[in-house]
Each structure stands twice: as C-alpha cells, then as structure tokens.
Ligand binder design. Structure first.
Ligand SMILES: [Cu+2]
Length: 457
C-alpha cells in the first residue's frame, strides 16, 4: 500500500457511511426543493453502456413527479425556486461577475446572480415556470430559452418577440414546460453570450428515464480571449486562450465523484465559437440525449468521444466500472492548456528556438505572481537544449495541489494538478470506503449538511 493510499485510509477512519449522494443534495437541495436525494440503485447493475435490459424496478413505477435525481453542476450553484401556488418561480439577475477561472486569473465576465455561468435551473416536465428577470447590466438584454417549445412572446429575442429589457428594468417570463431534457437559457445577443451569459435549464422527465442513474452531472463549455494585462474577455476575438468547464479551468475544476459500480449521466452543453470533442478516459459511454431531449435507445452506440457542437447539448451515460481518476476533457490540443500568453511572450513567436533557462525563467516569473509553490516534476534529458523543438510540454506543468485542494481532490496522487489544464476535469470512480470518506469530508466542509441529511432521511 502506498504512503498516499495509507494516509487516505488513516484519515478516512471513523467516517460515517451511508451518506451516498449527500454532497449532491447539498449543492442542489434547498428547503424549497422537492427533489429527492440520489438513491443508489444496486439492482440491474450491468456492464454495458446500453444499460440494463432485464426487469428494472423503475419500470414498475407509476408516473412520479418531483422525485427526480437532481443534476449537479460542479462549481456552479442551483437556483432555488419559490412556489406561487403551483407555479415554480425563479429570480434571475443579469449582472457583471468577477470570475476566478484559475488560481492566478480572475476575469470580468457577465453572468447571472453573481455566477458565471449562471445558476442551474431545474424543473419537472409539466411544470408551470415563472422567471422574474432583472437587468443589472449596463446595456439592454433579454433571456432566450434555448430548445424550449413555448409561445413566441416568451422566446426572448430583442425586437422580434419582445422589447429589449433596459438596464434597471424587470421582465417576467412565464411558460409551461411540456418537454423533458437538457436546455439552457442565454442572452440572445452574441457578444453577451461570449461574456458568459448562459446557464442550464434542466427539465426532469415525468416518467423516469430507463435505466436509472445514480449520478447526474452537468458541464458548460466556454472559451475566453483574455489578452495579457486584461481582465475583460475580448468578445470579438476568434482565438481563445482560456477554456473552462463551468467557469473554471483545470486544475480548479471540481472532480466529479462516482461510486464504483454506479451508473453516471453527464450532460455537456456548449455555447461558444468552437465545437469541442469531449473524451472520457477508461470507459465507453452512449449518447442518450441531445438538446432536443431523450434519444431512442435504438440510436445508442458505444463511443468514448462526443463532439459537442455550438449550441448543442449531449447527454451521455456510462457504468463506472473501473476505479481510478479518469479524465474528462476536450481533446483539441489548444483546449488542453491554460493561457501562456501572459508569460510566454516571445515564445509565441520563437516557438522552436528556446533555451531551458529561458523557459524556466518565464515560468518562474509566473510563479512569483501567484501564491503557490511552482513544481516542475518531470525530468528532461541532459542534452535537451540541443534537440530542435525543445521545450514543448517541459516546464508547462504547474503543480498547485494545495491551492486547489477541496474534499473532492482528497487522496489524489501528489502533484496530480500538474497534469490538469484547460477544458478538463475528472471523474473519480471510488470504492465505497473512499467514496464515503470524501462525502464525509464534504459534509464537514459544509455545516448545513447535517440539517439537509435530516430532511432527506
Ligand atoms: Cu475544445
């Protein structure tokens, strides 16, 4: 047993078991929420991404409303609804947002309710929904409900379906959601979209999807052009130097957690200038839905990379069969790195004519500007400087484990963060003991956990 692993179990000793899903509930649950906490479904465990083909307990269930497994949006909060009779009411405020996208980079984005992307809205198919929108931006805007079939006056297109919402004004949207699926809301103005004005709008189905899943996660893909010494994204740029999942670049992305043997749903949504081929390590998955809702099972086929085009959502499901920390990332090479524009300077021009000393001094200048120890873990050859093209990835690795530490990173190998950059996260498939240990740590980190647990018991 390695030292790291031994420490993991030592620290895990004495934790409470049986807290499955508590963390997810914490993120999504609110006193107003009627969603249930995730239930582990041990029946029908199988080893096919197509899911269980045998009898399934869910099949015997009648129509159940307001009992869906909530989606968890790592690094983004849920928007809690209020109830006005049977109408689910959400208050959404469009406003400038300072977003820390990396430990050493904060940008001036625009978003909703102090969040970029905006908070996740979750409803049930059939719900009547009212969104009271307030514009605290310095210019007019509107809200479009992407993918929803609703009356034209609710479509949120300036001048076409409504007057623009002026700064300081409010506008009320109200509609009935007759669809199920992964939708989103966004400003219907191109530059505002690129400033970050987007959020999830998830409609849980009236009848549970089959097979049922144990975890449901959402990722929003965004890209930013933030020039050196600037904090405001250049929305006219076509080249992007910061790529984010849910508003943060790796290694700041919070790892997804899955109990070994569970089934996972992952909803990926893209609103930017590029299409992103998102790849999952170590597992095959099936695409069970798009921005148009659930896809028929006859269309499911095993893959491990899905192209998420602009304005599309892709919903994938897989069985978390293999323990480990498995990468989920856009596979475009430039989307697998964080901006070096700030520090690379002339290297952007002289890419093939650099010395080790120069590369090192560039990284050291960055290290001086951030509050963490800069580690270069991987060795280079003694004759490296005589090899054309050197350095490439040498010196790009920036270990910052302590800076991005959180319960979800507990027990990862030392310097794990050096391998994480850009549009990247991981799903940690964990045996019971390790999974429960992290849930216990999350509970300790959030004092409201105990209270929430009592509600769910
Ligand atoms: Cu990409």
């Amino acid at each position: 047993m390695s030292g790291t692993r031994r420490r993991f179990f030592q620290n895990a000793a004495g934790v409470v078991t049986g807290l499955f899903g508590l963390g997810e509930t914490l993120r999504a649950g609110t006193p107003e929420s009627t969603f249930q906490s995730p239930r582990e479904n041990e029946n029908g465990r199988h080893h096919s991404p197509y899911g269980s083909h045998g009898p399934h307990p869910a099949q015997a269930r009648a129509v159940v409303r307001n009992h869906a497994l909530p989606m968890v949006t790592p690094d983004v909060a849920d928007l809690a609804p209020e109830m006005d009779g049977s109408v689910r009411v959400f208050h959404l405020v469009g406003e400038p947002v300072k977003r820390k996208i990396a430990p050493f980079r904060t940008i001036d984005a625009w978003g909703y309710n102090a969040s970029c992307p905006g908070p996740t809205i979750q409803v049930q198919q059939g719900d009547r929904v009212r969104v009271v929108f307030e514009n605290r931006l310095p210019e007019s805007t509107s809200l479009h409900w992407h993918g929803l079939e609703l009356p034209i006056e609710q479509d949120g297109v300036p001048y076409i379906s409504q007057k623009p919402v002026a700064p300081g004004e409010k506008y009320v949207y109200e509609f009935t959601v007759h669809q199920e699926g992964t939708f989103f809301y966004h400003a219907h103005s191109a530059m505002q979209e690129m400033m970050g004005q987007i959020g999830f709008f998830v409609a849980h189905p009236e009848r549970d999807y089959k097979p049922r899943v144990d975890h449901d996660y959402g990722l929003i893909l965004q890209e930013w052009a933030v020039l050196p010494s600037n904090t405001v994204p250049n929305t006219a740029a076509m080249e992007f130097n910061w790529l984010t999942f849910n508003g943060v670049s790796a290694p700041m992305t919070t790892p997804l957690l899955a109990r070994l043997g569970s089934r996972v749903r992952l909803r990926i949504l893209n609103l930017g200038m590029d299409h992103h081929p998102v790849h999952l390590h170590g597992h095959q998955f099936v695409v069970t839905g798009t921005e148009g809702g659930r896809a028929p099972e006859s269309t499911w086929c095993p893959i491990n990379t899905v192209l998420v085009g602009v304005a599309q959502a892709r919903v994938l499901e897989f069985d978390a069969r293999y323990p480990g920390a498995w990468m989920i990332h856009c596979h475009l090479p430039h989307h697998m790195m964080n901006s070096m524009m700030d520090l690379m300077r002339d290297r952007q021009i002289e890419t093939a004519d650099q010395t080790e000393a120069k590369a090192m001094s560039q990284m050291e200048s960055l290290a001086r500007s951030v509050p963490f120890q800069h580690a270069h873990p991987s060795p280079v050859a003694s004759n490296a400087e005589s090899v054309p093209g050197f350095p490439q990835d040498a010196f790009m690795e920036m270990g910052m484990d302590e800076v991005v530490e959180k319960p979800e990173t507990y027990g990862l190998p030392k310097n794990w963060s050096a391998g994480m950059m850009g549009m990247m996260t991981m799903i940690r498939v964990l045996p019971d003991k390790e999974y429960d240990a992290i849930l216990a740590k999350k509970k300790m980190a959030s004092p409201s956990a105990q209270e929430e647990h009592r509600h769910e018991s």
